[in-house]
Design a protein around this ligand. Sequence first.
Ligand code: G3H
Ligand code: 13P
Ligand code: ZN
Length: 318
Amino acid sequence: MLVSLNPLLQKAFCGKFAVPAFNVNSMEMVQAVFSAAEKAKSPVIIGVSPSALEYSADLLPSIVFAHAKRFSKIPFALHLDHGKNFDDCKKAVSLGFSSVMIDASIDYEKKDFLGKHPARKFSENVARTKKVVALARSKGISVEGEIGTLGGIEDATNSSVHLTDPEEAKKFVEETGIDALAIAIGTSHGAYKFSGNPKLKLEIIKQTRKLLPKMPLVLHGASSVPKPIVEQCKKFGLQISSEAQGVPVSEIKKAISFGICKINIDTDARLAFMGALLQKAHDYQGQIDLREYFGAGRTALEKLYGQKIKDFGSANKA
Ligand code: G3H
Ligand code: 13P
Ligand code: ZN
């Protein structure tokens, strides 16, 4: 059953768990999400980035809706992840998404001399986010906004990360009317999140929660980069440095207990899929039945998603 973020996150908020938001790029990923969610009776958010949408020639929503019919007991949101501008969000709305993220905290249209996107001014972030809220509101579509920036794809000009200022977050929510707020607490996208101790700035969640007691908070860049998966990838030929480090599950659990109720995962899925695919290519030498490879990837994803659902506490919450 397709729903917006609101019923999913309200339930998570009250039940002290988090709904996983899994980014998908292909049919196999969609199937793995639904099948893991059904097995665990978990609500789920299917994240599609603008570039994933483009890669699928805009067909990912149809693939999702076709599968949703077979998994009708699972409440899910189809969510645009990191919409860069109003047009990305408008397009998602026209394609049937039930939720959009407008990521106006950074300027995707500009790059500095290092090739990084600069952070946007607070007032500009507010204005752009408000415009998307106005579009979505009348259609019952939820909007996620972001305050602060992460590392990785969101690297900003002057420093690589701008952590969320709770006071600014409160102002942002009041001025925009968003349904969910992504906060920056020290995570980043990708497989290299920490060079030292992998600790989150949990104090920021606590303070933000105090000022915004009813606002669902979102954690991006939350992959754990599990060692066994990294080892499998390495063993079968993926070049990944031993510096790869994600967010420990123990930190994720603390973040949930402090009030995070949507958690975005992409990198771990990429790693799990690649590990399985590379191993298959090694074990199944000389064979070219592509379904063997994509099928192995899909099985690995199902397992990974099942584990995330357990870790985030969303099992049996559908
Ligand atoms: O947070 C970003 C996601 O990992 C999406 O990345 O634009 O390569 O699909 P993508
Ligand atoms: P990871 O790169 O840690 O999986 O984060 C994904 C994400 O935040 C998607 O929006
Ligand atoms: Zn993200």
